[in-house]
Design a protein around this ligand. Structure first.
Ligand code: HEC
Ligand code: HEC
Length: 301
């Protein structure tokens, strides 16, 4: 309510709300005024099926009372809570305030627990079932949308169980990945490789790196191009570089698919996977637990 961009809307809403409540009050009084309970009930003049007459009985008192109570409730509510334009209510309640209060109660409850885990080395945490359970819940909440509920990933989202790492799989590297995020940068190569033919040749060479059968001639021309354009990141033998997130091309694990078409596509359009940073959002203690959970997965936990 503090976000109104002009005073007009504050008054517009406040006045309209008050008028509506007063109008309800007036409507009830107007409809009930002058209707008295008597033995000889007045007819409204409406008759159906020859003898079904609509009478004008007054509303029962308890029923009428409910209307007045509702109106009084509305009035009190608007006095105590925000509702009338940007008037914040006598209780000064805000949804943000309530959220923050709930969070701080929760932090006070689980804070000491997290603090204790934070002091425990990762290598000990991966043997602590209670800690791993918390790690698993954090994983499901924050990570499973991208890496899958079983952490086996999907195209473009790495498998976290397989012991094959883009950015390094020791606890410290995993923690850095979670804390700061990672941005992979593999440019598009089609132009540099001299168009489609160049892409096809290098693709053949990439296939040969993991021992797949290739068209030898094309792979040989591909290797010449690889040695110029690709060694800097993927290394002379194609084993990759975890400092740059450049994948190992000699194994059977592919982030974007290992078919000829997929590899050619990786070269043609480039790949720029991004792992978001979680350090600030989750805080050190949760990142520590998540690191233990992820490291544990790759150790076969
Ligand atoms: C500047 C560093 C850099 C250079 C140079 C580079 N790459 Fe890459 N490459 C990467 C990175 C980083 C990734 C991972 C992209 C991602 O994770 O989104 C990647 C991904 C790939 C992939 C996809 C692997 C998979 O698992 O799906 C292939 C294939 C590939 N590169 C081949 C090549 C070839 C061939 C060349 C030379 C023409 C090349 N790269 C040059 C950094 C580089
Ligand atoms: C928005 C999607 C997204 C979310 C959410 C996400 N990730 Fe990632 N993550 C990625 C992508 C994409 C990569 C690969 C980046 C690259 O291509 O280099 C990645 C990479 C990683 C890596 C590095 C893998 C390797 O092989 O080195 C780890 C570890 C990881 N994520 C763990 C997590 C954890 C734990 C969470 C939850 C806190 C999480 N991720 C949440 C998209 C996501």
């Amino acid at each position: 309510m503090a976000d109104f961009n002009s005073e007009f809307w504050h008054w517009y809403i406040a006045i309209l709300t008050v008028i509506s409540i007063l109008a309800c009050l007036w409507l009830i009084r107007w409809m009930t005024a002058g209707v008295k309970k008597t033995d000889d009930v007045e007819s409204t003049g409406h008759v159906w099926d020859n003898d079904l007459t609509e009478l004008n009985n007054p509303l029962p008192r308890w029923w009428l009372g409910l209307f007045y109570i509702t109106l009084a409730f509305g009035g009190f509510y608007l006095l105590l809570y925000p509702g009338l334009g940007h008037f914040s209510g006598l209780l000064n309640w805000t949804s943000k305030g309530q959220y923050e209060q709930e969070v701080s109660i929760m932090e006070a409850k689980v804070g000491p627990l997290f603090a204790r885990y934070q002091q425990t080395p990762i290598l000990d945490l991966i043997k602590d079932d209670a800690a791993l359970k918390i790690g698993e819940r954090l994983y499901i909440n924050y990570c499973s949308t991208c890496h899958g509920s079983d952490a086996r990933g999907a195209r473009g989202f790495p498998n976290l169980r397989d012991g094959d790492w883009l950015w390094g799989g020791d606890p410290q590297s995993i923690k850095t990945t979670l804390t700061l995020g990672r941005q992979a940068a593999m440019p598009a190569w089609e132009a540099a490789l001299g168009g489609q033919t160049g892409v096809d040749e290098v693709t053949q060479y990439v296939l040969s790196l993991s021992g797949r059968s290739t068209i030898a001639e094309m792979a040989a021309s591909g290797k010449a191009k690889y040695d110029i354009f690709c060694v800097a990141c993927h290394g002379p033998t194609g084993t990759g570089n975890t400092a740059l997130g450049a994948p190992n091309l000699t194994d059977d694990s592919w982030l974007y698919g290992g078919s000829i078409n997929r590899i050619a596509e990786s070269l043609t359009i480039g790949r720029n996977g991004k792992m978001p940073a979680f350090g600030e959002f989750l805080g050190e203690a949760k990142v520590h637990l998540l690191t233990a959970y992820i490291y544990g997965l790759s150790q076969g936990n």
